[in-house]
Design a protein around this ligand. Sequence first.
Ligand code: GDP
Length: 238
Amino acid sequence: MTAPKADGDAADAGNAANAVNAVTPTPAVKAQGTRVVEASFVAGAVEAKGLLAPTFAEVAFAGRSNVGKSSLLNTMVERRGLVRTSKTPGCTRQLNVFDVRCSDGLRVQFVDLPGYGWARRSKAERTQWQSMIEGYLLHRASLRAVAVLVDVRRGIEEEEDQLLEFLASPRPVSESKPLEVVLVATKIDKLGAAARKPALDAVRKQASTRVAGRAIGFSAVTGDGREELWSRIRAAVL
Ligand code: GDP
């Protein structure tokens, strides 16, 4: 199977049913940094209550549809097609949990939250998404970090802002340290080198009242940002 091409603007707008578009960096790019020796799908659930009891620290990934979340997850775990994306409206939307083991023994669970894009969805769907996600984010004791993905070219829009505001509020679970929120600006390769820092600064500034720490520029094509994201994850879970 050949690797799907990274998107152009036309592909961004496209909505091929059940398309598996996720990209991953070439082997030469990914053979550095954190090595993942095992990554497997554990379970999916349509509501947080349906998840198995927590066993390892969890890191959740949130972002609007097409932001590059599947590609980022595959890049993080060095697998080409572990996380698939379906862009069919109305298809089952669930929390998907992946077990990830690194060569240095770090074990963590990645939780892929269903993509949002509320403007295009019905009120019923929005309500369902919100209660599923908020229930998980609020009550899951094993949750240590949430990566909020933003397309670097779009920046933070209303939904991202609402999510960041929600994440900034206290959780009714006992935790030794506060939930780490990591802002990730995706598809950084789409910008020329000179435009990257200003774009990242702009994203950070937009979120500055809600998130501490800089935004990570990430590319599933070049692997940029992968190690920085792993290091933020390590700091949060260890
Ligand atoms: P998801 O819906 O958030 O899971 O997004 P996908 O991972 O399926 O990516 C959506 C589209 O963006 C696909 O066409 C990918 O090929 C493309 N894409 C994802 N990540 C990157 C990236 O880092 N760089 C570029 N150029 N394209 C990307």
